[in-house]
Design a protein around this ligand. Structure first.
Ligand code: NAG
Ligand code: NAG
Ligand code: NAG
Ligand code: NAG
Ligand code: NAG
Ligand code: NAG
Ligand code: NAG
Ligand code: NAG
Length: 458
């Protein structure tokens, strides 16, 4: 009897959020139990018309306002049936499931007046594209818990061409919107959907915890400027798995704020597990760290990555002024095919939010491991250019890259201000990355740590 009461209490609160441990490997191992919501309404009941022409912003806002009253009664579902549902920005609410049926397509309006304007994120201090404020994202969540965006392979299409053109012609008055942005929320699931043509980022969890992104595909065309798939930003305890992402710029980018704004906000991206993803990044990188990383990025495991037709496979971007760190990162079991540069680590991403940044705030990159990589048709194996007096630290092992005819042996690896070790890496890496190649990584990391006097990690 007691058992039954406990279960009823739990279901009255909606989906229980299982607290995950502080280990990147654990993040994909506990799946939230997604019970059907006890209440469901269709967007049609709020007057929406799925003809691709009628603007349905009011219907979405009214439906979600109504469903908010079920938040303390187990939550509710907003059902989107087949059709083309044109809308401007709207906000989600807690204990809500947004469910898109097969052949349901939510279309983002191409009229900027339908998106609204919002303040810059405090960890950035300004919009990314242009100084000042930003357009609101199409689907927004603020300060929520237990929110699910899912479906039976429905589609959310940002129709981003208006925004890409405005970016390229430099006629944006505010920075571009994202497709889905969830801020300061706990217990977020995004699954079983297709995301198309994001104006800028496709899925942007910021200041969030316990986020699961599973079984989605995301596509923006190769020519779309600086479009990115998933951007974990000052967020922790995240799992990204079974996703197919193809973007103009990066597929997955981990960030944590920009220069003095990010240092002050001080919220890292940590405990992230990325696995079983197929990635393509036309002009950027399949997996990227930074360049905005001022709140720190740590404890990330990215594994079983299938990366094709991309400019770069894995990139670490930063610059003096960022502060923060990228550490305790493992990138493992990677297949690369048709890639210009397999790995880049650069301390020269000199874009700053304003003149107030502190050039002596030097970022730390250490304990970064890349292992078990096979690559074909690669032009440059690795370009590692760190920061003077603050070398980046890498461990490379079991890497086999077959270079194409555009490659030259002298340009296969480019290294400066980097230290590290390597084991079974071909082509043979630069001398900076060959130290202690025969010792095991345990003893080499002890050496590195003690030489820096960094006892705190031990
Ligand atoms: C994880 O670390 C945070 C601080 O970083 C701490 O508050 C929390 O209790 C830890 N959680 C577990 C399960 O150890
Ligand atoms: C969405 O939420 C934001 C932040 O709370 C608020 O400023 C905005 O007015 C909301 N928009 C709507 C349409 O409710
Ligand atoms: C966030 O939500 C909690 C309850 O869910 C509420 O108490 C708090 O006032 C909200 N904070 C903001 C900034 O809206
Ligand atoms: C992935 O999503 C599709 C619908 O979008 C669904 O049919 C399929 O069962 C899902 N696969 C998994 C492993 O959840
Ligand atoms: C941007 O600002 C200019 C000058 O105020 C204005 O003419 C233009 O209509 C604005 N563009 C948009 C998309 O709001
Ligand atoms: C995705 O869809 C499949 C098939 O309908 C379902 O079993 C699974 O629970 C869904 N996953 C999520 C996270 O919604
Ligand atoms: C990703 O692509 C693979 C191979 O084409 C396919 O089998 C899988 O269903 C796709 N997954 C999603 C989430 O679209
Ligand atoms: C090798 O990769 C490049 C892109 O880096 C691509 O243009 C070219 O077609 C690929 N060659 C083969 C033989 O696949």
């Amino acid at each position: 009897m007691k058992m039954l009461v406990a279960l009823l209490l739990l279901s009255a609160l909606g989906n229980a959020i299982v607290v995950l441990g502080n280990d990147s490997k654990e993040q994909c191992s506990h799946k939230p139990k997604l019970d059907p919501r006890p209440h469901s309404v269709s967007i049609v009941e709020f007057g929406a018309v799925g003809d691709g022409k009628t603007l349905n912003t009011g219907a979405f806002q009214n439906a979600i306002f109504y469903l908010n009253s079920f938040a303390d009664k187990g939550g509710a579902q907003l059902y989107v049936p087949p059709g083309k549902w044109l809308t401007g920005s709207f906000n989600l609410t807690s204990h809500l499931t947004l469910f898109l049926e097969k052949d349901a397509i939510i279309l983002g309006s191409q009229n900027p007046d339908h998106w609204g304007i919002t303040d810059p994120l405090p960890s950035y201090g300004r919009g990314i594209d242009v100084p000042g404020s930003r357009y609101r994202s199409l689907i927004n969540g603020y300060n929520l818990s237990d929110v699910v965006i899912t479906g039976n392979d429905g589609t959310i299409d940002g129709q981003g061409s208006y925004w890409w053109d405005s970016f390229l012609t430099q006629t944006l008055n505010h920075s571009r919107p994202n497709l889905v942005e969830i801020v300061e929320s706990v217990g977020v699931v995004v699954s079983n959907l297709t995301f198309l043509n994001a104006p800028s980022y496709t899925i942007h969890p910021v200041y969030c915890s316990h986020v699961l992104i599973q079984n989605i595909s995301a596509y923006s065309p190769p020519s779309s400027p600086y479009t990115i798939g998933i951007v974990p930003d000052s967020s922790d305890h995240m799992c990204i798995e079974n996703c197919n992402i193809s973007m103009g710029y990066d597929a997955i980018t981990l960030k944590s704020g920009w220069d003095e704004h990010g240092i002050k906000y001080n919220r890292p991206t940590t405990y992230v597990h990325i696995k079983q993803v197929n990635l393509q990044a036309s002009t950027g990188s399949a997996v990227a760290f930074g360049s905005e990383m001022s709140g720190g990025i740590s404890h990330v495991l990215a594994e079983h990555l299938d990366i094709k037709n991309s400019f770069t496979g894995i990139v670490f971007r930063t610059a003096p002024g960022r502060g923060g760190y990228i550490k305790n990162i493992e990138v493992s079991s990677v297949e690369l095919e048709n890639i210009h540069t397999a790995f880049i680590a650069s301390g020269q991403y000199e874009s700053h939010p304003d003149e107030e940044y502190d050039p002596s705030a030097l970022p730390i990159l250490e304990q970064i491991t890349i292992d078990n990589v096979v690559g074909v048709n690669i032009t440059v194996a690795g370009s590692f250019t760190g920061i003077e007096n603050t070398p980046f630290e890498f461990t490379l092992s079991e890497i086999s890259l077959s270079l194409n005819s555009a490659s030259t042996s002298s340009s296969a690896w480019v290294c400066s201000d980097v230290v590290g070790s390597s084991k079974s890496v071909s082509p043979e890496p630069c001398p900076e990355l060959k130290s202690s190649s025969n010792s095991n990584s345990f003893s080499s990391s002890i050496t590195t740590l003690s030489s820096k006097g960094s006892a705190s990690y031990l």
